[in-house]
Design a protein around this ligand. Structure first.
Ligand code: F3S
Length: 64
């Protein structure tokens, strides 16, 4: 599973990071770092929940 990060949509709510700080990294201003995120199988449920918690829909889940 891969998370496609839409940095332009991020408003720094940090909900993704609060739920899964090992997966979602923020910069000094609290915005998500650019670049798609490959998620290990064991962390997929956690990553999915965290991605869905973003109120700006900045984290797109790619199940391919
Ligand atoms: Fe940004 Fe959404 Fe996370 S607004 S910091 S991607 S919860």
């Amino acid at each position: 599973m891969r998370i496609i990060v839409h940095t332009a949509k991020c408003q720094g709510h940090a909900r993704c990071w609060a739920q899964a700080p090992g997966i979602f990294k923020l910069d000094d201003e609290g915005s998500i770092l650019p670049g798609d995120i490959e998620v290990a199988e064991a962390e997929q449920l956690l990553a999915l929940r965290a991605a869905r918690s973003c109120p700006e829909r900045a984290l797109e889940v790619d199940h391919a």
